[in-house]
Design a protein around this ligand. Sequence first.
Ligand SMILES: Nc1ncnc2c1ncn2[C@@H]1O[C@H](COP(=O)(O)OP(=O)(O)OP(=O)(O)O)[C@@H](O)[C@H]1O
Ligand SMILES: [Mg+2]
Length: 390
Amino acid sequence: MALIKKKKAKDANYISAKESRKISNENRKITNEIEKQRNRKNVPREEYITEMKDPNNVVEFDDLHTYFFTDIGTVKAVDGVSFNIPQGTTVGVVGESGCGKSVTSLSLMQLVQRPQGQIVKGSIRLNTGKEVYDIAKTPSSEMQKLRGNTVSMIFQEPMTSLNPVFRIGVQLDEVIALHNKKMSKEDVKNRSIEMLELVGIANSKGVYKMYPHELSGGMRQRIMIAMGLACNPRLIIADEPTTALDVTIQAQILELLRNLKDKINSSIMLITHDLGVIAEMADYVVVMYAGRIVERGTAKEIFDNPSHPYTIGLMNSKPVVGKKVDRLYSIPGKVPNPIDMPNYCYFRDRCEKSVEECAGAYPHEIYLSATHAVSCYLFNDKKGAVGNGR
Ligand SMILES: Nc1ncnc2c1ncn2[C@@H]1O[C@H](COP(=O)(O)OP(=O)(O)OP(=O)(O)O)[C@@H](O)[C@H]1O
Ligand SMILES: [Mg+2]
């Protein structure tokens, strides 16, 4: 018994029941306070209506911090993320599993699991065309109007998002009717069938009457896209939209997304860990690592001149046609524990190029061009580089 205790005490990740209770009490205090603030009635509009820094953007993430207050400690899932999505463009977000890509997009939809998940700092400005909302402060009742109309989301696994007990038509109709309250039943049905045709489903009238299990994975993903686009949103968030599909269907779905985006003149935030997909689709790329952005730039800049050792590692770990290698590169080590992040560069322990300075404070963002920024000490002495410090 004594031996087990000793062993447990030595394990840095071990937390006693007493400690856990203490953490959970503290968490409750913090989250109750935030929830109280959020759940106020009649929040004045001035609190959440704001202005874009650049009116050509649809979304501006500005120093976003989204934390999860769990019983074993605070997970800093998104820890100071800033980037823009310009109108009419596709912005790709890449990074290893667990680096905070989904939490960033869920923060924008106000779908982070509450009360333990909270935006604790920063803002997300969403431009509806008429007004600008700061999503971090927008009350839930207002957010409901924005979801689907201004911004909609296509999830990774369509079977978990479609309801298995209702026909496709019923589910599509519901979405369309919810956002177009004055439409007649007949018009709603026609619009649903039109949407099915738009996403390339040949037998649209037949599929309208089918259940989700009667469709293939690719068709289900098309239905999800039809639902997401039913109200011509200004921004489509696609979180790993093709991960569950084979490569031919993947190519078709990506093509479809690209065409529809141009048709309704919207923008896409494309989340994936597949650099091939990014290369094909994105205008801008954001590379995330452990809740922070390590590099961002235009797709050309990131692919022609990847600068952060992590981005270079990602590039090297993908197979290239015509290039013969004995064994595919993999980045050594693993992502640090999100509860106990080091106070130096999060990538340092896995980095093959780390230098002495890397043990210092987290590196500032350095601009290599007007659009290309990297957070790494290797670039600190680059001529003309400007740090915008955090
Ligand atoms: N509900 C939750 N409660 C506690 N921690 C969470 C919760 N949701 C996400 N996290 C944590 O937040 C971090 C970021 O998760 P996220 O889902 O954003 O990763 P991701 O980049 O989308 O990964 P993937 O590529 O696997 O989808 C992870 O460390 C995860 O464990
Ligand atoms: Mg994810």
